[in-house]
Design a protein around this ligand. Structure first.
Ligand code: TMP
Length: 247
């Protein structure tokens, strides 16, 4: 564990002060929560896997021109990222009905949506991350209309890229959640960066042939084989983790 000064502890990660101004160290824990932390557990090795999976996906996204907070991986559980002010909105992109969308509207899980859809949730565990609309987001100043437009455009580009990436390894990208932040270049200017992580914690990933769930729904729904599912995703992405050093 890092000896640096902790800045923020979330449910699955800890953020430490980075070695240079404008940076943070993002430490991936094995802890897992669901249903606004009402359900708690640990998934052995999850932090190591998510650190690697998020590194892999963020690097590929960076290569196709998506601005991300990722700088480089430091060790088995830590990565160096740009320090951003997180926008308090979770952006959910859905390709296939599942989870809360299916529950809310009675659409059977697995039904392909006519087109990809974006939903927004206000980040507040206390209120259960409620769904919010674009009008409320701009009215409350969580994002201005220009930022909202940029975030939606980036989210759809991430969806296009990731859908192809996962299709190529026999996995359906059902839905996922993104978080964005403002990176201050100076006091007035900021850039919007993709932040947080991209991993089976915040994506629904189904085997293309069998529809087997290879993501955190295995934990949420007590299906067992959680760590194995995350390992399958890492392996299919071509990520090799040395079991000796976990590096
Ligand atoms: P949902 O169907 O439960 O609304 O979830 C949609 C997607 O967002 C799914 O891939 C899981 C992810 N997600 C998170 O990453 N964090 C959350 O707190 C929730 C509720 C969902």
């Amino acid at each position: 564990m890092s000896r640096r000064r902790p800045i923020y502890e979330g449910k699955a990660k800890i953020l430490y002060e980075g070695p240079e101004p404008g940076t943070l160290v993002q430490y991936f824990k094995d802890d897992a929560t669901a249903f606004n932390a009402q359900k708690k557990g640990t998934i052995e090795g999850k932090g190591v896997l998510n650190n690697r999976i998020s590194e892999h996906v963020m690097t590929l996204l960076g290569n196709v021109g998506i601005p991300t907070h990722f700088i480089r991986r430091l060790n088995m559980r830590e990565q160096l990222v740009k320090r951003v002010d997180i926008i308090p909105i979770e952006v959910i992109v859905r390709n296939i009905a599942a989870g809360s969308l299916s529950k809310r509207l009675g659409i059977e899980e697995g039904t392909p949506l006519p087109r990809s859809v974006i939903e927004f949730c206000y980040k507040s565990d206390e209120h259960g991350d409620p769904l919010v609309g674009e009008d409320l987001i701009t009215a409350m100043g969580w994002m201005n209309p220009r930022e909202l437009d940029e975030v939606m455009g980036l989210s759809l580009r991430v969806n296009d890229f990731m859908s192809g990436l996962f299709a190529g390894i026999g996995i359906k990208l059902v839905d996922f959640k993104l978080e964005f932040g403002r990176y201050y270049v100076n006091e007035e200017e900021h850039q919007i960066l993709l932040a947080d992580e991209i991993s089976p914690d915040n994506c629904r990933l189904w085997d293309a042939a069998t529809s087997e769930k290879l993501d955190k729904d295995r934990f949420r729904r007590d299906l067992g084989g959680v760590a194995e599912a995350y390992q399958t995703i890492a392996r299919r992405l071509g990520i090799r983790i040395d079991p000796q050093t976990e590096n």
